[in-house]
Design a protein around this ligand. Structure first.
Ligand code: BGC
Length: 524
């Protein structure tokens, strides 16, 4: 019988942290186009709207930077709970806000939460997931993000028909609900076994592993013991090397990877996806679409649906093809939007609008811009969206993973902040040229990935060490390798009795040689 609480349900539940991230992304897009919002907050345009939108990303940047400190000290689980509590306070402040400053403070607080959860949820998930489905489990986070974006947008769309400030207060208050569920529910969930072991809670680490991996909860299950042994080895070598993970982050050996994972998150933001997520209403209005609220709702559905293929097949396709093809195709759609706006648009006579360029009287051009926007969203959803989160934890060893992922996530938020701030004034000043700039960023991302990002699918960290150290030609990494079966081999040795694992408190493994069953050999 399948147990209710298993790796999938725990990861899916933790992904509620991702849903908060999604709520955050679309918490503005569904209200900025409404009269109720514009009247109440004094018609914020350009930099003023940019400041409101990007306050959340600024908070997230700080949250992401503090996440590894919290996650390493208090555990991944408790830190995610702290994040959820912050989110609840932030939601209350936003929905009760009496003006722009209070709204900005509420968004900063909620942002702190998203920074913490967006770094620690993937780490928690990858530390409880079996290696073979790690890619899939981490992409659940992206799936939850897309759901969060869509659900919040629909709530805002529904509330936009209310003719009072309730039209934005209700959606901002409802944001607290998933956070309450996450905060309370996590009390019943285990802490990460790897974190427990790093704090010398060996007994509990073994029990959690047995709970996660063995249907019968059996602490003597060879697979459980093999993984336990692997964690123990890692922690021992870390302690022997006395590695200071902060220094190691920028050591000659790791520098390249840490910078690459930061760059992947930066390119994912510079892909232009968030111009659509945050400001699609402006883009569509500028393209001449009358019911822009409804037209934008469709993009959020596309975003959810197109993430599914990646969850199902990313462990098969590999990361490099997704990033390379994703960048080129995404760039193409953005150049097309820019070109269509340039060719068929004209200055907007209504200067009080957030967009100063408009397409009028060219219904086919309007439809083509709408199609290209949808295709851009679909392209990102199946490629950079999930892979952007999967790749950074995959290319660094466990001992520096939390810190390196925190830096990569902070880069995501720093770029997100800069864009949230810059896009509204740029849309007003350089109009269609903005899409050419984002198109060019995608070309740059393609070139960078081509020369610097190896395939990680089915590769062990040792194999990746070789690639990074000796510069294996990257085209060869397209081919992938056979999956590492070190864990299976350990489990087999335990099962047939030639490897014995000591009990917690003093964990020691000994090999019993077959020729002389009495002479034990400690594993090096
Ligand atoms: C990105 C967000 C983006 C979202 C869209 C995430 O991976 O980090 O910035 O809005 O995908 O689905």
């Amino acid at each position: 019988m399948v147990r209710l609480l298993n790796v999938y349900t725990i990861s899916a539940f933790a992904a509620l942290g991702g849903a908060l991230f999604g709520f955050d992304i679309s918490s503005m897009s569904g209200v900025i186009g409404t009269e109720q919002y514009q009247n109440y907050y004094g018609n914020p345009l350009g930099a003023r709207q940019g400041a409101i939108t990007s306050a959340m990303a600024a908070g997230s940047l700080v949250g992401a930077l503090s996440s590894s400190f919290l996650g390493d000290r208090l555990s991944r689980k408790v830190s995610i709970q702290i994040g959820a509590a912050l989110w609840i306070v932030g939601a209350i402040v936003q929905s009760a806000s009496t003006g722009v400053p209070m709204l900005v403070v509420g968004r900063l607080l909620a942002g702190l939460c998203v920074g913490v959860t967006s770094s620690l949820v993937p780490i928690y998930q990858s530390e409880i997931a079996p290696r073979k489905i790690r890619g899939r489990i981490v992409s659940l986070q992206q799936f939850a993000i897309t759901w969060g974006i869509m659900v919040q947008y629909f709530i805002e769309y529904g509330c936009s028909f209310l003719n009072s400030t309730a039209s934005f207060r209700i959606p901002w208050a409802i944001q607290a609900v998933p956070a309450i569920v996450l905060l309370v529910g996590l009390f019943w969930f285990p802490r990460s076994p790897r974190w427990l072991a790093s704090k010398d809670h060996w007994e509990e680490a073994l029990r959690v592993l047995a709970f996660l991996r063995s249907p019968a909860n059996d602490i003597n299950d060879p697979l459980v013991l093999a993984e336990y042994k692997e964690i123990e080895d890692q922690i021992r070598s870390e302690r022997e090397e006395q590695s200071n993970s902060y220094r190691e982050l920028f050591s000659r050996k790791m520098r390249k990877r840490v910078i690459l994972s930061m760059a992947i998150q930066m390119w994912s933001q510079l892909s232009g996806m968030n111009v659509m997520m945050y400001y699609i209403v402006y883009v569509l209005k500028s393209a001449g679409i009358a019911n822009s609220m409804l037209a934008s709702a469709v993009q959020y559905v596309i975003n959810v649906v197109m993430t599914i293929p990646s969850i199902l097949w990313t462990d098969k396709w590999g990361r490099r093809p997704a990033l390379l093809i994703g960048a080129i195709v995404m760039g193409f759609w953005l150049f097309a939007i820019g070109g269509l706006l340039m060719r068929f648009g004209e200055p907007n006579p209504d200067v009080d609008q957030p967009y100063t360029w408009i397409v009028v009287g060219h219904p086919s051009a309007t439809r083509a811009i709408l199609a290209c926007s949808y295709l851009a969203v679909a392209t990102f959803a199946v490629s950079w969206g999930p892979v952007g989160w999967m790749y950074p934890p995959e290319i660094v060893p466990l001992r520096i993973r939390a810190k390196s992922v925190a830096l990569a996530t902070a880069t995501n938020w720093a770029s997100n902040f800069a864009l949230g701030f810059a896009v509204p004034p740029l849309l007003r000043s350089i109009q269609w040229r903005l899409f050419f700039i984002f198109g060019a960023f995608n070309v740059a991302a393609f070139i960078h990935v081509w020369f610097a990002a190896p395939e990680t699918k089915r590769r062990t960290l040792e194999e990746l060490d070789e690639v990074f150290e000796y510069g294996e030609p990257l085209w060869r990494s397209f081919l992938g390798r056979r999956e590492s079966n070190k864990l299976d081999m350990l489990a087999r040795d335990i099962e047939i009795g030639i490897l014995k694992i000591g009990r917690p408190s003093h964990v020691e493994a000994t090999y019993v040689t077959t020729e002389n069953a009495h002479s034990d050999r400690t594993i090096p």
